[in-house]
Design a binder for this molecule. Structure first.
Ligand SMILES: Nc1nc2c(c(=O)[nH]1)N[C@H]1C(S)=C(S)[C@@H](COP(=O)(O)O)O[C@H]1N2
Ligand SMILES: [Mo]
Length: 442
């Protein structure tokens, strides 16, 4: 037995030795294949530094985005109920400041888009590493390669799923939220390992050349960096066709362009006209209901007959259910609040002037003035976004409304007529439209 294992191990060692002696296959695995004279640790580290700042911000705003749904409150709010320990950080999402989600989600989406050129440039700059030969040499080397696979695979997966989602291409095999959430954890784990392993090398590389001097260097004076142990600097550099300044300008300009064509959707006003990449940039119409609509009533299968004179609001709590017509609701004291709609897709509206009934007053009417949560149900056929559970702090904020009016007019059908939820700092998706039942709970 032992003898056979020993010969087996010796055989494996001999095989590895032989493999190490075989030359790499032709093409990208050959060191001579990659010839850009500006590729090297300094350029890689400049892009790396930008990502080192940007990615943690993307991760944190992404995790906040998940917390904002109050997934721990009720299963119907939760897109990833099997997350286990990954939900350790969840907290009660606040209602102050009222623009909180508009900011965090606007930053998440805009930053994600703006970092795309930097990410592509970073991947380009390290591409010889991805074609290392042999792919796996030792166990330690194998583990390092696996972490790189998780890093590169993870980052591409997160950017692709995120961008498809904001462009409204729902092509995912499964829920976008689940994929993007689990993908984020896989990626961030690999990112932390990568940063720990490379931070020293990165800061040395950054100190090896001055940015200001590099920005003054023209093509005639563009030289390769000294050879590096990672093999980023080409062994047989081609003559330069672009300066490092040119590469940085191209990437920075690309990011700036993406910023201009994206950020407008989260800023609103005239800036929305520059948001060419944003699907919800399309003219929202004019008048009091002239602001962005996510899904129209028709698009989600709301039956218009359920929104007419037969519509009732049902209030449940500690008493037998109460039922109100819209006229009866309008005869009750009305309250106003100026609040935005801010969607997970990154777009948001400026503050709109809503009026209607305070959720806290409705809780009292239902016999539960200290209600700890409320199940909101719409007339929409059961499915995603047809219902939601809101938390006590959201019910009792005086700006939280069951809105009947917006900007002085009746809600339009597509903005949720006869009644919709509007709660400060709430993700758009939890501001349910076409509400017909509120069930308050202790
Ligand atoms: N019943 C119901 N309410 C809903 C939705 C929905 O699909 N069904 N979409 C939500 C989403 S994702 C957003 S961003 C907001 C958008 O509100 P608006 O269309 O009035 O701007 O409504 C929310 N309310
Ligand atoms: Mo949304």
């Amino acid at each position: 037995m032992a003898a056979r294992a020993a010969t087996g191990a010796a055989g494996a060692r001999a095989l590895v030795r032989r493999l190490k002696q075989t030359p790499p296959p032709p093409g990208p695995f050959r060191p001579g294949f990659w010839r850009s004279p500006i590729r090297g640790p300094w350029l890689t580290s400049v892009f790396g530094l930008v990502l080192l700042i940007g990615i943690p911000l993307l991760f944190v705003t992404g995790m906040l985005s998940y917390a904002a749904y109050n997934p721990g409150l009720d299963r119907i709010n939760d897109q990833t109920p099997d997350k286990g320990l990954l939900g350790f950080y969840l907290f009660d999402w606040p209602t102050h400041p009222y623009w909180l989600y508009r900011l965090t989600q606007g930053v998440h989406v805009t930053l994600g888009v703006v970092l795309v050129p930097v990410l592509l440039a970073k991947l380009w700059s390290v591409i010889p590493k991805l074609f290392e030969w042999l792919p796996v040499r030792t166990v330690a080397h194998g583990l390092e390669r696996l972490s790189l696979l998780m890093l590169v695979g993870g980052v591409i997966f997160e950017f692709v799923t995120g961008i498809l989602n904001i462009q409204l291409y729902y092509v995912f095999p499964g829920s976008f939220y689940t994929l993007h959430f689990y993908g984020a954890w896989v990626f961030i784990a690999a990112f932390v390992v990568h940063v720990c392993l490379r931070l020293g090398r990165m800061s040395r590389a950054l100190r090896s050349r001055g940015l200001a001097a590099e920005l003054r260097t023209d093509l005639a004076h563009t030289r390769p960096e000294p050879p590096d142990p990672d093999g980023l600097v080409p062994q047989a550099p081609a003559p330069p066709t672009m300066t490092r300044r040119g590469a940085l300008t191209m990437v920075g300009g690309g990011s700036l362009l993406l910023l201009v064509v994206t950020a407008g959707q989260s800023i609103g006003g005239w800036a929305r006209n520059t948001a060419l990449l944003a699907p919800h940039n399309r003219a929202p119409g004019s008048g009091p209901n002239g602001f962005q609509i996510n899904k129209t009533a028709a698009a989600v299968g709301v039956n218009p007959a359920h929104l007419g004179p037969s519509w009732r609001l049902e209030l449940r709590g500690s008493r037998p259910p109460l039922v109100f017509t819209r006229e009866q609701l309008l005869a009750m004291p009305q309250h106003a609040a100026a609040l935005p709609i801010a969607c997970v897709e990154g777009w948001s509206t400026p503050d709109q002037h809503w009026s209607g009934l305070r959720l806290t007053d409705l809780a009292a009417l239902a016999g539960l003035p200290d209600a700890g949560s409320v199940l909101v149900e719409s007339v929409q056929p059961p499915g995603p976004y047809a219902s939601v559970v809101l938390r006590g702090n959201q019910i009792h904020d005086p700006r939280s409304l069951l809105a009947l009016h917006v900007n002085g007019a009746d809600l339009s059908i597509d903005h949720g007529y006869p009644a919709r939820i509007i709660v400060p700092a709430n993700p758009g998706v939890n501001n349910t439209k076409w509400v017909h039942r509120l069930t308050f709970r202790t």
